[in-house]
Design a protein. Structure first.
Length: 405
C-alpha cells in the first residue's frame, strides 16, 4: 500500500502519533503534512520545524520547543508514566508514524526512541488504524521493547538521514559545584536516573571512581558511556532507559549492544518499578522552588513551558527505594530572568514536592523528614542566593514558617 492511498482512507481530522524527542521521522512527517488538510499531531518534546499551521492541532503531554507558545497547542497534563493510558481513552490514535531501523529477520528496532510508542502502536492496531514506519539505516539497533514485528507495519517509507547530535554541554563553575555536591551523596551500587545537561554531566564526571553503579532512567546521553568506560557501572546489570540522545560515538556504542535495554515508558516510569531499584538516586531540576519545598518545573507566567515529564514519577519512586534519594538540583539565581529561583511561595502550578534535598551552587538544603520550619530554614540558609536570604526570612515569618525576629 502506498502512503498516499493509506492517508486518503483516514477519517477527517485524524490523530497522528509520531516519534518525538530527537527521533522525529522528518521526511515522512513532511509527506503526511502535505497530504492531510487537517489533523491532530501528538508528539512528546517536539523539536523546531514540525508542521505548525492552520488545520494542525498540536497535542502533547510534554511541550518541546517546536510546540512551545504555539496558538495551536493543546496541552494534556499527565505524568509521563500515565501518557500510554491516554491512547486507550481520551487520545486514541488513528495513525502512528515510527522512526525505525530497516527490517532484520522480520523485525524492526525503534532505535533511540521507545518511550510511549509501543502503547500507541498497540492502541492503533486494536482500532484498525494505520502504522507507518520510516526506515533509516543510521538508527542504531537496540533491544528490549524497541523491537517490533515488521508485520505490524502497514506502510514503509525508506529515508536515510543522520540523527541530530546532542549539543556538547559546557560544565561551568556553578554546574560543576552542584554536580560535585550531588555526586558526594551517591555511593557504590546506587541506581541513577541520568539526564542531559551541564549538571547531570558534572554529576556523572564525579562518579567515575564509584563501582557497581546501575542506570534506570527515562533517557541517557554520553555521560553514561563515560561511566561505562571508567568501569563505574555494574557489568552484570543492563543499562535501562526509554530513549537516548547523544553523539555519533554514543550511537555507535549502543548499536547492537545487549548491555542496552530499551523499555517502554509505563515500565521505566512506574514509581513502583523505580522503587525496586537499590539506592535509587533521582536528580531533577526546576524553574523555581519555594520555602515549602514545592517545585515548579512546568510553567512560566502561567503559560505551559514543558510539563510534568517523569519528575513526579521518579521522585515518588526514589523516595520509596531502600536507601533512595530524590534530589532537585538548580542554580540559586536564574541568569536570563535575573532573579532568584528560590521564592517564598511558587505562584505557578506545582510539578513536584517532598524531595529529599534541594541542591544549588550555594549548598545542600535537607528537606525530607524535617518539619516545615526547619525545611524553610534549610532552603534559605543552604540553597538560596545570599542576596535574597533576608527577604526570604521576612517572608517565612509572614507564611508562618519562622518565628518573628
Amino acid at each position: 500500500m502506498s502512503l498516499t492511498l493509506a492517508l486518503a482512507a483516514l477519517p477527517d481530522n485524524p490523530r497522528v502519533v509520531v516519534s518525538g524527542n530527537h527521533a522525529t521521522p522528518w521526511h515522512t512527517l513532511g509527506l503526511l503534512d502535505e497530504a492531510l488538510a487537517s489533523y491532530r499531531l501528538w508528539m512528546l518534546n517536539a523539536q523546531p520545524g514540525i508542521p505548525d499551521r492552520e488545520g494542525v492541532t498540536l497535542e502533547t503531554s510534554f511541550v518541546g520547543p517546536g510546540m512551545r507558545r504555539s496558538p495551536r497547542l493543546s496541552y494534556v497534563p499527565a505524568r509521563l508514566s500515565l501518557v500510554p493510558s491516554l491512547f486507550e481513552t481520551s487520545r486514541v490514535p488513528d495513525v502512528v508514524v515510527l522512526h525505525t531501523t530497516p527490517p532484520r529477520g522480520g523485525r524492526l528496532s525503534l532505535g533511540t526512541e521507545v518511550n510511549v510508542l509501543p502503547a500507541a502502536l498497540e492502541a492503533v492496531r486494536r482500532r484498525g488504524g494505520l502504522v507507518v514506519a520510516q526506515t533509516n539505516s543510521h538508527l542504531p539497533w537496540t533491544f528490549g521493547d524497541a523491537l517490533i514485528d515488521a508485520a505490524d507495519v502497514d506502510v514503509f517509507v525508506a529515508a536515510d538521514a543522520p540523527l541530530p547530535p546532542a549539543p556538547v554541554s559546557v560544565i561551568d563553575e556553578e554546574s560543576a559545584r552542584i554536580g560535585a555536591m550531588v555526586a558526594e551523596r551517591v555511593g557504590d551500587g546506587a541506581t541513577l536516573q541520568a539526564g542531559i545537561g551541564a549538571v547531570p554531566d558534572a554529576t556523572m564526571h564525579g562518579l567515575t571512581r564509584r563501582r557497581g553503579l546501575r542506570i534506570w532512567t527515562e533517557m541517557f546521553s554520553d555521560s553514561v558511556l563515560a561511566l561505562e568506560r571508567a568501569g563505574a557501572l555494574a557489568d552484570d546489570v543492563p543499562i535501562s532507559a526509554s530513549f537516548l540522545f547523544g553523539s555519533p560515538e554514543l550511537l555507535t556504542w549502543v548499536d547492537d549492544n545487549p548491555r542496552i535495554e530499551m523499555i517502554r515508558t509505563e515500565v521505566t516510569n512506574s514509581p513502583a518499578r523505580i522503587a525496586r531499584n537499590p539506592a535509587m538516586v533521582s536528580v531533577n531540576t526546576a524553574l523555581q522552588v519555594d520555602l515549602f519545598g514545592q517545585a515548579n518545573a512546568s510553567r512560566i507566567n502561567a503559560r505551559i513551558h514543558s510539563g510534568f515529564g517523569g519528575q513526579t514519577d521518579f521522585i515518588v519512586g526514589a523516595l520509596h527505594s531502600v536507601g533512595g534519594q530524590a534530589l532537585i538540583a538548580l542554580r540559586s539565581w536564574h541568569p536570563k530572568a535575573d532573579c532568584s529561583t528560590v521564592v517564598p511561595l511558587v505562584d505557578e502550578p506545582v510539578t513536584s514536592f517532598q524531595m529529599s534535598a534541594i541542591i544549588t551552587e550555594q549548598g545542600v538544603a535537607e528537606v525530607f523528614g524535617r518539619d516545615q520550619r526547619e525545611q524553610a530554614r534549610q532552603i534559605i540558609e543552604q540553597a538560596a542566593h545570599p542576596s535574597v536570604r533576608e527577604e526570604l526570612r521576612e517572608e517565612a515569618v509572614a507564611l508562618g514558617l519562622a518565628a518573628p525576629f
